[in-house]
Design a binder for this molecule. Structure first.
Ligand code: GSH
Length: 215
């Protein structure tokens, strides 16, 4: 059955889905959609009425919302389980994913990464106030996540889980900012986790890099 992932090259949420597919060893086809572009194809709204990425299309089954997509990937395909078996570890995984979606994406990615890395690199408009607000909020988020992290090899225990992909895709962008990297280093468990997770082959395989700019 055909499997398509509609996503944007630089999107962290698309990368989360790609991490799950890579760790599961599932092959798929990518369909590039830039939800930020004014010329985002109008028929994409038939797949995703909120015009976000990613969307997964598996045969006649269409699914959006990254948390639903990664859980579907884990349940529908063979490969290593990506969710812990114990009710408490699973609840912690769901909690961390919730915290990442609700409180982490905006400060780490849209405020710090965008204003301290992406726009300086691409010549876009930078707002240092926005960046600093992001750093302030990031401290609160990282403190909370540090308290939730298992202290084991991965966020929810010894094995990698969907929570690692959710947070990992965002931290990968955040630490490209020297200010972000310095802040992360203050949180012992998270910094140690990132030292391990940041070296996973799936992360390298899904690394979008930064856009090539004209000299
Ligand atoms: N709740 C969505 C969020 C996805 C999301 O925000 N994706 C970003 C790209 S990383 C996007 O499509 N942004 C477009 C926009 O904000 O207009 C999910 O879990 O999939």
């Amino acid at each position: 059955m055909t499997l398509f992932l509609h996503g944007y090259y630089y999107s962290v949420y698309t990368r989360i889905a790609r991490l799950a597919l890579a760790e599961k060893g599932v092959t798929y086809e990518k369909v590039e959609v830039n939800p930020f572009a004014t010329d985002c194809p109008p028929d994409y709204l038939e797949l995703h009425p909120f015009r976000r990425v990613p969307t997964l299309v598996h045969g006649d089954f269409t699914l959006y919302e990254t948390g639903a997509i990664t859980r579907y990937i884990d349940r529908a395909f063979a490969g290593p389980p990506l969710q812990p078996a114990s009710p408490r570890a699973l609840a912690r995984m769901d909690q961390i994913i919730g915290v990442v979606d609700a409180y982490t994406y905006w400060p780490l990615v849209r405020q710090v990464f965008v204003h301290d890395v992406f726009r300086p690199h691409t010549g876009g408009e930078i707002d240092p106030v926005e960046r600093d607000k992001g750093l302030e909020e990031a401290a609160r988020v990282l403190r909370a996540l540090d308290a939730l992290a298992s202290g084991d090899a991965c966020l929810c225990g010894p094995d990698v889980s969907l929570a690692d992909f959710h947070l990992g895709a965002m931290v990968a962008y955040f630490v490209l900012s020297p200010r972000g990297a310095a802040l992360l280093a203050e949180y012992r468990r998270l910094a140690a986790w990132w030292g391990r997770f940041g070296a996973r082959p799936s992360l390298a395989a899904t690394d979008p890099g930064l856009p090539v700019t004209q000299p």
